[in-house]
Design a protein around this ligand. Structure first.
Ligand SMILES: Cc1cc2nc3c(=O)[nH]c(=O)nc-3n(C[C@H](O)[C@H](O)[C@H](O)COP(=O)(O)O)c2cc1C
Length: 234
């Protein structure tokens, strides 16, 4: 099984998204998957120019000559696509560019599925599942709703299975809690292993990864105190 992952974090290897994604991909490798990881920011991905060249002039081909020309063949060989991103109201710009540039993989034959106009990947695309790995800074899981919706909608648009989301809210608090960090990153690894081996991620593992590390009130107080103290010093 080939896995292609793209990490949209602007902080790339140093970000919390990478901290969560690394054990997840490690788990996939342990289950026998070949994993390839790209950082959207490191690639040179220009914005889609909206000409529909890839749909109505040369279906399947993008005319923009940039890093995506290296990524397209890798995507064509992938069985699982892992979208990893921080929540950035809603996405980092490079990640949005990357997603828009996936248009050439989509065949321009529209149909109505569950009340919505949808398309599907070209027959040459092997991808069978999409999974989301995401980190955010604020307390509640509700902060993932937009990013989750984007990943789910994309999967529905191209008619493939959305295999679930590994979500870590108030992720920065992990750095201050070695014990929980170990437990959560181990669960992320097991989720990756399970996805590659059995094709799904168990609710238990996803809940372990997303568990609260502090009460909601304490979280806001803590964050507000940082700012108040900063203003006092300044
Ligand atoms: C521009 C921007 C917008 C953000 N928007 C949100 C948000 O709406 N909700 C949230 O919980 N966190 C938000 N965050 C916090 C990030 O999700 C958090 O810092 C995350 O760890 C960043 O990922 P990274 O460590 O891989 O860089 C935002 C951060 C930035 C820089």
């Amino acid at each position: 099984m080939n896995v292609l992952a793209v990490n949209g974090s602007a902080r790339m290897e140093n970000g919390y998204t990478a901290m969560l994604l690394a054990p997840f991909l490690e788990g996939m490798k342990e289950a026998g998957a070949q994993v390839e990881l790209f950082y959207a920011r490191r690639l040179n991905v220009n914005p889609c120019t909206g000409e529909f060249y890839c749909w109505y002039e040369k279906p399947g081909e993008c005319y923009i000559r940039d890093s995506m020309q290296l990524v397209y063949p890798r995507l064509r060989e992938a069985d699982v696509f892992v979208l990893a991103t921080p929540v950035y109201i809603p996405l980092p710009g490079e990640m949005q560019n990357f997603l828009n540039r996936l248009c050439p993989l989509i065949e321009p034959i529209l149909s109505k599925r569950n009340g919505r106009t949808r398309a599907k990947f070209h027959g040459t695309i092997r991808i069978k599942k999409i999974a989301l790995v995401s980190a955010c800074g604020w307390w509640e899981k509700g902060n993932f709703l937009t990013v989750l919706r984007i990943a789910e909608e994309f999967a529905r648009d191209v008619n493939i299975e959305f295999a679930g989301a590994l979500l870590r809210p108030h992720v920065q608090l992990l750095a201050k809690n070695e014990e929980k960090k170990k437990e959560i990153l181990e669960a992320a690894k097991q989720a990756g292993f399970q996805l590659a081996k059995d094709g799904f991620m168990s609710k238990n593992l996803l809940e372990t990864v997303a568990q609260p590390l502090i009460s909601e009130e304490a979280f806001r107080q803590r964050d507000n105190d940082v700012y108040v103290n900063l203003k006092r010093v300044g």
